[in-house]
Design a protein around this ligand. Structure first.
Ligand code: 5GP
Length: 381
């Protein structure tokens, strides 16, 4: 039987053993030496996770090379734009240098994209990317890593530098999470807090209604709340001025609205959050708010739908909904762009907490519902 380890309430099973890791790293080191044999490269490791990979790369190098580290704070960012905060930054110039940026794992690609942009701004001769792991099902970025140790499925892994809440980095093999104990954990706590997530037109509203009925939950859509306000009220006018252009209502307003809606349902069995949180700041605020009530987000279900399909669905919806933000193709495109730029970090926030589940949003309403039910089964059993 495969080796298992447990951290907090989570159990992980060995997935990539030491020998496999050793062989992969040796192979990457050889490739880099061949590619950069006439150079004296500078390796820039992204802390914390990459320290083991970079150390093992180094022990395989015979070439002259230097190393530096940068340290970033990404998922804990309070910026709504998904901006990454630097804790240890880069030097002032990389002029003329051949740089290899070393990452432990590329998931959404937010971290590596930010780092590469910063590195390029310092005028290096050449930049390469080496990552030990890549999640190709999640990473859809434009940058193509030059050296990839292994491709892994879109699941949470630990070991060989990768952690769960700071632990597990010292494991010499890589382990994959085998259960959804975060869901179990929430079940024990009683209240379900389900974040239904996805781009405009992915079916959040429709599926929220289905989930609400099936599991007897309260459905809170911040969009519906804004649209339901007295149109003459200052708040309604303010919200409309953003929404009509396809932009997000500012975080402080949205968070207050959300909190007051939740408080209206003190005896709810659970809540479906539809269209909230839409930024990292909102996700953090929701965590803090639920914690203050002794709860936590149970899981985030992300409905995945291609952009082309979204555009056609929204166009169709405009005929019935009368929503100005559904009717204008430019506004629709802005909503999709805002979603892509501001909401990717929200999914990352829940992935980091191992609470994210991707659900195919294409198919009949019943088919998509069925997929959601399957994901929620453990939670409501
Ligand atoms: P990205 O910015 O590409 O979404 O994520 C990069 C960072 O997220 C990694 O450096 C790592 O800290 C964290 N991360 C992403 N996926 C995993 C995973 O499966 N396990 C662990 N432990 N950390 C991950």
């Amino acid at each position: 039987m495969a080796k298992r380890v447990s951290y907090q309430e989570f159990t992980f099973e060995e997935y990539i053993n030491e020998q496999q890791i050793h062989d992969v790293v040796k192979n990457i080191a050889t490739q880099i030496e061949e590619d950069l044999k006439d150079e004296k490269p500078l390796f820039i490791g992204i802390l914390n996770g990459s320290f083991r990979f970079l150390n093992d790369l180094f022990s395989n190098f015979t070439m002259d090379c230097e190393v530096e580290f940068i340290k970033l704070k990404s998922y804990e960012s309070t910026e709504s734009t998904g901006k990454i905060t630097e804790l240890i930054g880069l030097r002032d110039s990389l002029k003329g240098r051949t740089v290899v940026v070393v990452e432990d794992i590329i998931d959404t690609g937010l971290t590596i994209t930010n780092v590469i942009n910063d590195v390029l701004a310092l005028d290096p001769k050449e930049v390469k990317i080496a990552t030990m792991f890549l999640k190709p099902d999640i990473y859809k970025g434009a940058l193509v890593p030059d050296y990839v140790g292994m491709e892994v499925p879109p699941e949470f892994i630990i070991g060989y530098g990768l952690d769960i809440d700071g632990l597990g980095r010292n494991l010499n093999s890589v382990y994959k999470k085998i259960d959804s104990v975060s869901l179990e954990h929430s079940k024990k706590k009683g209240m379900l807090n389900i974040v239904l997530f996805g781009p405009p037109g992915c079916g959040k509203g429709t599926q929220s209604a289905v989930l609400k009925d099936k599991y007897d939950l309260v459905h809170i859509s911040t969009g519906d709340v804004f649209r339901g306000l007295d149109p003459e009220s200052e708040l309604a006018k303010l919200a409309k001025s953003y929404a009509d252009k396809g932009n997000l209502v500012p975080d402080d307003i949205t968070i207050k609205i959300l909190q007051s809606e939740v408080k209206k349902h003190p005896n709810a069995k659970g809540v479906i959050y539809d269209g909230f949180p839409r930024t990292s700041a909102q996700a953090e605020a929701l965590d803090v708010f639920l914690k203050s009530k002794g709860g936590s987000v149970t899981c985030m279900l992300e409905l995945e739908v291609e952009e082309e399909e979204l555009r056609s669905r929204l166009k169709g919806r405009a005929l019935d909904s009368g929503r100005p933000d559904d009717a204008d193709p430019a506004v629709i495109q802005n909503r999709i762009d805002v979603y892509n730029s501001q909401t990717a970090p929200v999914a990352a926030f829940y992935k980091e907490q191992t609470k994210h589940k991707s659900v195919n949003g294409v198919g009949s309403v019943e088919e998509v519902s069925e997929r959601l039910f399957q994901n929620l089964e453990e939670v409501v059993a």
